[in-house]
Design a protein around this ligand. Structure first.
Ligand code: FAD
Length: 452
């Protein structure tokens, strides 16, 4: 085992850890970043699959995500807009397909009224929330005891309105069934993006992408950190006292004044803390779990839907792929569709053979875009559920009652141990923007503490 010494050691070379390391370096401190995988980026990963460049993890940037946008600009990366010309597609419970423009799905006048009313009520509740302090919402305790599904059932009898509003938060964001998370957790998801209306607006939420893929961000951050990033170094043990830490992998020991644990909270238990973390942390971390979604990539010789006047944007709470978008790469002549299969639907298709799953998912895409969707030249399913160093997608959220009970302590450091991750963020929660915000905030907190 080789022993190295640094001011700060960072566990995890995702967007949060690399941002923290970069900021600490700027403040004149020495750092080491230990990464379990043989690559940087964590949930950001661009790869070439059968000759197609695919963004296997996070990729979209929205206008409110100023921390991410600043980093993209500082790194000199270019962005491009998601293709959105033409009409979107909606499929209702009867399987009827309708083309539409704008944000509100083409539903009956009654259902539309219910949807607009629900969005407006949710916007009002979200406006009362500081995303960095959701537990301080005036109705936090009450709203954290009721599942989002039950809240919707109490708010309206219109099933289609409920299914659609649920889709924006459950299938599309927290990637858990709406009975499995609280209304407070749903409000946090919306507050983290500015408002519930923002979540409904796909042109806002899925606005831009980075040329070359969003993994360029962690790759360039890591390049600047150079030899201070250590790959294939899974941290097994953190020994700590008020005086400092000793962080151990299988072949490295890093001694430092502080440690930042920049891994998803579901992975904290993979590290042995010596002495153990306090009771509060040990309990709290058990109430956070990952959502689960399959991101499906289908590449075609041409973006055929465009010729048909379709944008590639599609939604249906009744379809296996509950949403789909044009995900064609910058400057690419081929066309790519991306679809998403979430939570229990994902469990369901993973009981099938790979071939049957593929057929089911492509059939769902063909319901939106026609027969041609059945025959992509490249097909790939991002399955983060099998990734040992992530264990789900997109991110972690609390179970019922967990946010009000534990939220305020989520980011509280324990002696020299600091926690930093998109899954702990307020603004930008569950997104790269939140990871960058957390990385900056943790670095600033550490620097301020060392100055005292
Ligand atoms: P991570 O990226 O998870 O980084 C943690 C790192 O720690 C990993 O590299 C991991 O290997 C490492 N690690 C774990 N345990 C250890 C250990 N014991 N020792 C050493 N290293 C360890 N966000 C958006 O903004 N826009 C999107 O369009 C978007 N889409 C997404 C699509 C998918 C399929 C997924 C999975 C995520 C998506 N996200 C999106 C979310 C976004 O990718 C994440 O919120 C963000 O990248 C998390 O960054 P992080 O640094 O907090 O955590």
């Amino acid at each position: 085992v080789s022993i190295i010494e640094r001011d700060i050691v960072i566990i995890g070379a995702g967007a949060a850890g690399l941002t923290a390391a970069t900021e600490l370096r700027k403040a004149g401190l020495t750092v080491a970043v230990l990464e379990a995988r043989d690559r940087v980026g964590g949930r950001l990963h661009t790869d070439e699959i059968d000759g197609a460049m695919l963004e296997i993890g996070g990729q979209w940037v929205s206008p409110d995500q100023d921390a991410l946008k600043e980093t993209i600009a500082e790194l000199g990366l270019e962005t491009f807009a998601r293709y959105r010309e033409g009409e979107s597609v909606y499929i209702n419970a009867e399987g009827e397909r309708t083309r539409f423009e704008g944000e509100i799905f083409p539903v009956s006048a009654d259902t539309e009224r219910e949807m607009v009313a629900l969005i407006s009520t949710l916007d009002e509740l979200v406006a009362q929330m500081d995303p960095d302090r959701p537990w301080a919402h005036p109705r936090a305790v009450e709203l954290d005891q009721i599942s989002f599904r039950r809240w919707l059932e109490e708010a309206t009898d219109d099933e289609e309105a409920r299914d659609n509003i649920s889709l924006f938060i459950a299938g599309a964001m927290l990637t858990k069934p709406a009975h499995a998370f609280s209304t407070l957790q749903a409000l946090l998801m919306a507050a983290s993006a500015g408002s519930f209306s923002n979540l409904v607006d796909a042109d806002f939420i899925l606005d831009e992408r980075v040329v070359g893929g969003l993994q360029r961000v962690p790759i360039l951050l890591a390049e600047k950190l150079g030899d201070d990033v250590f790959l294939s170094q899974a941290v097994r043990t953190v020994r700590w006292s008020e005086a400092g830490v000793s962080v151990l992998t299988d072949d490295l020991e890093v001694r430092a004044r502080r440690v930042i644990v920049a891994v998803p909270p579901v992975l904290y238990t993979r590290i042995s803390f010596d002495p153990p973390l306090p009771r509060r942390q040990q309990m709290m971390h058990q109430h956070l779990s990952m959502g689960f979604v399959i991101k499906v990539h289908a590449v075609y010789e041409t973006p055929f839907w465009r010729e048909d006047g379709l944008s590639g944007t599609a939604f249906s709470p009744y379809e296996l792929s509950h949403e789909a978008y044009d995900n064609t790469n910058f400057g690419d002549a081929r066309g790519t569709l991306v679809g998403f299969v979430s939570d229990e639907a994902a469990d369901g298709v993973f009981t099938m053979s790979a071939e049957e799953r593929k057929q089911r998912i492509l059939t769902s895409l063909s319901h939106y875009f026609g027969e041609k969707a059945l025959t992509p030249v490249v097909y790939y399913e991002s399955d983060w559920g099998t990734e040992e160093w992530t264990r789900g997608a997109y991110a972690a959220s609390f179970d019922l009652g967990g946010l009000a009970r534990f939220g305020a302590d989520l980011r509280t450091p324990v002696g020299p141990i600091f926690f930093s991750c998109s899954d702990l963020a307020g603004k930008g929660y569950q997104h790269v923007d939140g990871a960058i915000r957390m990385g900056r905030e943790t670095a600033a907190e550490i620097v301020a503490g060392l100055d005292q």
